[in-house]
Ligand binder design. Structure first.
Ligand SMILES: [Zn+2]
Length: 591
């Protein structure tokens, strides 16, 4: 089924189509109309807020042969059509992540000297510009110091603090804001109406909220929802797809926490986890809800379930603090689900709450169970400590200290062979052999094209086409695709616990199969926690700028959480381990 992702279909083609960012759009339009263009611009802001879209529209408008009366590109002239077709000889788009070398920028400098072939201006759009190496920045700086009159640079970045001051002082900077929920919601509603999709009231609002200011994320979410639902789109559909938790379930959970109802807390938590919700999403959901409650209490309004009446403000604030801390703890916890349960119990039975005699709501449970909570709590705590000690031991054992050259130790994933058999209950172990794919292998061949292609394939994959794959599809959707090459990709997660989830033997095999199905060939992946990825990316840039072929630390692609392994699988693994140890490099990623 041919399907063009919504965020591409609805990519704004002129300034009027840009959602939010009015101040920026107006300024640029004025500059174009009054011929006051700068030689270089930097657009910075969170992902999905329209940085490259605005840069592309501006590039189009600057070279348009027949600007419309309201200062928009005409969309019809040769130049406009060439930009839309991606083959304008004078509008050059580069990805700072893959063209980050000094040679790439020197090449631009050389070519910038020549005059344009079709239009008055040569426009260079460099996305992710913060990824340039120091050498490349220096080369860019030289061009910016003496820019040819017909050259304009449009730089885009999510991390402007990584762009050298010397560059920033020579460019005009635009800070894009997160798109306001109301504005985004109105836009989404318009799209749904245009597509003739019926939806339950509140769906656009919910999607906008979940996307947290990023329009691209919002449209992807809508995309998935539409792809898998034929009838009316409901709030529950959106929650199911997003892995987020419906408000009703959150209200139940919060009410139980407030009431100190241990049984319900444990039951709701386990129910949500069993339904495939990730611990981090549950915490996000609770935090979002409490934020709303606090807002209602401070600014006014009414909470549908009267939580504003039930929870005093100081307690809402305490809960927010507790949940924030729990979120941080989760990032380093080995067993996220256990940590979540313990954390929520602590929230319910914390000393502050116990002391708060004015606590409204249902009476806390009486009598003998109280001793049991205490017992349960300390039992769980001991269990966590044990698990953490195990992890420390594992970490300290073979793969530390992290050294740059540890090729033999490196266990990365390889999509060795595409499995022919469909993944049912049984998981073939062939695909989960520790392989030889390394972060630097992916980075050295990474292209923006591979990344966006993979992104849209993942976006177009419904988590519901095969129920047993649902969680893994969600995990893939949850990943930030940091880089993709023809042979494999780097998937980045905020939480280490999430990384561990996709790296269990079973999930990894399913993920490989799903990626192979999407790509039509076997395709490797590396799952990394965000902090690890950022440090290695930096190391990659630093090493390349010194002219080295970068060698990076690797993150073990074998989960320490083997809970999902069946007994047979556990028996099998050492055997494959041995094979891998023996043959190591023979297990290559195949194109
Ligand atoms: Zn035009």
């Amino acid at each position: 089924m041919a399907h063009l992702a919504l965020y591409r279909t609805y990519r704004p083609q002129d300034f009027n189509g840009v959602v939010g960012q009015k101040h920026i759009v107006q300024t640029i339009q004025n500059q174009i109309n009054h011929d006051l263009l700068a030689h270089a611009y930097v657009f910075t802001g969170p992902r999905g807020t329209g940085k490259t879209s605005i840069a592309r529209i501006a590039a189009k408008a600057i070279n348009c042969e027949a600007l419309t009366e309201d200062g928009n590109p005409c969309a019809c002239c040769e130049s406009c059509q060439a930009v839309v077709g991606g083959n304008h000889p004078d509008v050059i788009e580069l990805d700072g992540a893959s063209n980050n070398g000094v040679d790439d920028i020197r090449d631009i400098r050389e070519r910038a000297k020549y005059s344009t072939s079709l239009s008055p201006y040569k426009v260079y759009i460099i996305d992710e510009v913060h990824m340039l190496s120091t050498g490349a920045f220096n080369a860019l700086l030289k061009t910016l110091e003496e820019p040819p009159a017909h050259v304009i640079f449009m730089l885009a970045t999510t991390e402007v603090h990584k762009v050298p001051e010397t560059i920033l002082s020579r460019v005009q900077r635009f800070d894009l804001k997160q798109i306001a929920t109301t504005e985004m919601s109105a836009h989404l509603e318009k799209i749904l109406t245009e597509l003739d999709v019926s939806f339950e009231a509140g769906v656009p609002d919910l999607v906008a909220q979940l996307a947290a200011g990023g329009l691209r994320d919002a449209l992807s979410m809508l995309d998935q929802a539409i792809a898998y639902k034929n009838g009316q789109l409901t709030l529950q559909d959106v929650h199911d797809l997003n892995g987020s938790v419906a408000e009703a379930a959150l209200v139940d959970l919060m009410t139980a926490i407030n009431a100190g109802d241990y049984a319900t807390i444990a039951q709701s938590t386990r129910g949500l986890l069993a339904a495939g919700k990730l611990p981090a999403r549950i915490i996000d959901g609770l935090l979002g809800m409490l934020r709303d409650v606090l807002k209602i209490q401070k600014i006014g309004g009414k909470h549908a379930q009267d939580l504003d009446q039930l929870l005093p403000s100081n307690q809402v604030i305490n809960h927010i603090r507790g949940l924030n801390k729990l979120g941080a703890d989760l990032k380093i916890a080995t067993d996220g689900e256990l940590m979540l349960e313990v954390g929520l119990l602590e929230l319910a039975f914390g000393p502050e709450e116990a002391a708060d005699v004015r606590l409204p709501g249902p009476v806390a449970p009486v009598g003998e169970p109280a001793a049991n909570y205490e017992e349960e709590l300390s039992r769980l705590k001991v269990q966590i400590e044990q698990l953490e000690a195990q992890v420390r031991a594992l970490c300290e054992a073979p793969r530390t200290p992290p050294q740059p050259v540890v090729e033999a130790e490196v266990y990365a994933t390889s999509a060795e062979e595409t499995m022919d058999a469909p993944v049912e209950e049984e998981v073939s172990l062939e695909v989960v052999n520790p392989g030889t794919l390394k972060i630097e292998d992916v980075l050295s061949e990474a292209t923006l094209k591979d990344k966006t292609a993979l992104q849209s394939k993942i976006e177009a994959t419904s988590p519901f086409s095969k129920l047993e794959n649902k969680e893994v599809v969600m995990l893939l959707k949850d990943a930030d695709i940091a880089a993709a090459s023809p042979v494999g990709c780097v998937l980045v997660y905020d939480y280490e616990t999430t990384v561990q989830k996709i790296l269990t033997v079973e999930s990894r095999a399913k993920a490989h199969q799903l990626l192979a199905d999407m790509q039509g060939r076997s395709y490797g992946f590396l799952a990394l926690p965000k902090a690890f990825w950022l440090s290695q990316r930096e190391s990659y840039v630093n090493q390349s700028k010194q002219g080295m072929d970068p060698i990076l630390e690797q993150y073990s692609q074998e989960s320490v959480v083997e809970a999902t392994c069946s007994q047979e699988e556990k028996k099998e693994i050492p055997f494959y381990q041995e094979i891998a140890d023996l043959y190591g490099d023979v297990v290559e990623v195949e194109e």
